[in-house]
Design a protein around this ligand. Sequence first.
Ligand code: SF4
Length: 199
Amino acid sequence: MSCPPNAPALGTTPTARSRSGSQLGCVPYAPLFQNPLLEEPLAANAPADVRRRRAALVRRAQDVCGACPLVAPCLYRAVVEHDVAGYVGATTQRQRAEIRQRLGVVVEPEDLDTLAGVTGRHRQIDHDEVVRLRSANPHESLETLAHRLGCSLSTVKRHLRRERSHPSATTADTAAPTIAQVMAAAAVVGGPGRRQSAA
Ligand code: SF4
């Protein structure tokens, strides 16, 4: 998967351009980042030639990310805000899971609504807003709630599932890690600046 849905950078977008007008980030490298071998974690029983091919792809993507000025905010968002597939912010999906584990970060896997960054009505849905409206209107149907929020029923259900598994009251006390902490954890698992395995 290329970085547009995967790696929204803080305060910018992966389609940003440099002052000279050239595209930044992985936009020009879509075929590389969208290669199925890079998008999915390697199966435990993957044959040696597949491992070698993936390792080569990881090295190429790592070089692209390593030269990208968005790598720190891109990685931060892919670790702390969006659990997405593929190679993002100089890390594989498995490495980002390790980083979250080290930092105690819990992020729900993305669904298609979130991957697109918008709802069907082109508005991002705030998790707290969903929970607050549900609490205020416990007898209202979820369809009505989705209508109020201007999002899909599946988005409402996803946020309510997330709230059940990780209630806001308990997670609110946990401060989000800093970019420096994410980068430090990433360095330990082979993230930006380190040569990586094909995991
Ligand atoms: S760090 Fe990598 S994945 Fe993120 S925008 Fe840059 S090139 Fe794309």
